[in-house]
Design a binder for this molecule. Sequence first.
Ligand code: NAP
Ligand code: HSE
Length: 333
Amino acid sequence: MDTPPVRVALLGAGTVGAAVARRLGDRADLLARRVGAPLELVGVAVRDLTRPRDLPGVAADLLTDDPDPLVAGADIVVEVMGGIQPARGLIERALAAGADVVTANKQLLAQHGTELEALADREGRGLAYEAAVVAAVPVMRTVREALAGDEIRSIHGIVNGSTNYILDMVARLGVPFQEAVRQAGDLGYLEADPTEDLEGLDAAAKIVLLARAAWGVEVGLADVQRQGISGLRDTDFEDARGTGQVIRLIASAWCSGSASEPRVEVAVRPTPVAADHPFGMTREGTNMVIIEAESAGTLRLTGAGAGGDETASAVLGDLVNLARARVVARRRA
Ligand code: NAP
Ligand code: HSE
């Protein structure tokens, strides 16, 4: 292929970043065919250069602990480092320098996504974040694009993989709570700060992003009525079992106003559900989102809500779409 490559900078090579780097290597031909040009990994930013890494096919000299020059020279920046800073500044500089951005960083988007989207619009660049909400499951795309002509009434979901894994292990297999937390960490499901999962902050960020996409309202993390799972006691699990129920961490957003004047409420709470309800049967790290829309009726989306390869699937989907748009624009120029 003689088309010039699309230059990709990867910020972060942890659970998600390492999976993205591996797939950029082993799916290089397939991705190039879909994009219409090769995707060239021009650098990988990490915090600790001495850490051993499983990055087959990534030349050692591509690793750096200085992300700024990477961002300045890329066509597309993939931010999977997490946290607010330096991620926010790097994304802003990338957009200002003419790059498109893919991110999986739901906390950053929940706190500063409105400004970042406005910056991307001003710069005429793409800011894509399917991976930030329910990892492999295309929920953002469904809400923002597939249902753009409908009126969404409510969104309810299990949107956090680690807490679902923990709740399921404790209730179904009798695994002690702290041991289940440890296992969720080993599976790559937990955030760098696990309290974000356990206290419902991760789920809160995701439901905020879904509510904004569904109703175009400026809801924020402070608007979420939030309770996590760390306060649950053995008796809560036993009481639920005694009534044929299991506990799930349910994130909800619903609109009680009209399409022109939406009044939106958002909540995250541990909720007893019937063991044979679709939420009750959602096990381990699987997530499920149920959307009620006026014309479409009830839609149910389910699949992997966390994990390196699963999240990389959504990151790469955004990356291919943005890269293809760049290649088409280049041909027209
Ligand atoms: P992670 O395993 O902790 O990896 C973070 C990576 O970023 C590491 O490679 C780290 O470097 C690097 N990094 C962190 N701060 C940095 C800095 N200041 N400068 C340079 N590099 C830095 O995290 P993860 O699980 O991959 O998650 C990454 C993002 O994806 C987060 O926003 C998370 O919320 C989101 N996400 C994760 C999942 C999941 O299942 N894990 C799913 C969906 C979305 P070192 O390796 O040197 O420490
Ligand atoms: N910590 C998150 C979860 C990762 O457990 O769902 C995926 O966003």
